[in-house]
Design a protein around this ligand. Structure first.
Ligand SMILES: Cc1cc2nc3c(=O)[nH]c(=O)nc-3n(C[C@H](O)[C@H](O)[C@H](O)COP(=O)(O)O)c2cc1C
Length: 159
């Protein structure tokens, strides 16, 4: 199985989860992992919240957007005010070759407020791109680098 993992992480939690996911998927085949970087950082916490809440787009680094050659596409974001981070919105706009694919959307979170809504946003964007099935999971920031914890979540999801 060939998997692609794309994530955005401002403070390392989602990166931690993405890396653990990558190590687990490597047991089943080849994995490519890509980090999204924003070209100009949104300057304040308040502006980040507003930008996420209104589902704004930001400029991101150039990363491959054609996912047609992968069997599994995974996308990970922190929860920002009930939504994915804007870099994820930008990337999801750009993906191609998603028709009929299997996908996994995941988030890391603080309090947990809005984690389901954020996942729903990501899931809907993927379905709009033609993805056939989306599995989702969320991880508290306190468990985001806990390999055993994440392995169990993935096992329960059949991943
Ligand atoms: C701008 C901003 C908004 C956030 N909003 C939420 C939220 O609505 N709900 C929540 O549970 N956590 C929220 N958090 C906490 C992050 O989701 C959490 O710390 C996450 O693990 C950060 O991931 P990262 O280290 O990959 O950036 C927010 C953090 C930031 C910076």
């Amino acid at each position: 199985m060939k998997s692609l993992i794309v994530y955005y992480s401002q403070t390392g939690n989602t990166a931690g989860t993405a890396i653990i996911l990558s190590n687990i998927l490597k047991e089943k085949g080849k994995v490519k992992i890509l980090s999204l970087e924003v070209k100009s950082e949104i300057p304040s916490f308040f502006k980040k919240c507003r930008s996420a809440f209104f589902r704004k787009r930001v400029q991101i680094n150039e990363v491959p957007t054609d996912i047609s050659s992968y069997d599994l596409f995974c996308i990970g974001s922190p929860v920002w005010v009930l939504h994915p981070a804007p870099a994820i919105n930008t990337y999801l706009d750009q993906i191609e070759g998603a028709a009929g694919k299997e996908a996994v959307a995941f988030v890391t979170y603080g309090s947990g407020l809005g984690k389901s809504k954020a996942l729903k946003c990501m899931k809907n964007s993927l379905l709009n791109k033609g993805v056939s099935r989306v599995k989702t999971f969320s991880v508290s920031q306190f468990h985001s680098k806990d390999s055993d914890y994440i392995r169990k979540i993935l096992k329960d999801l059949g991943i």
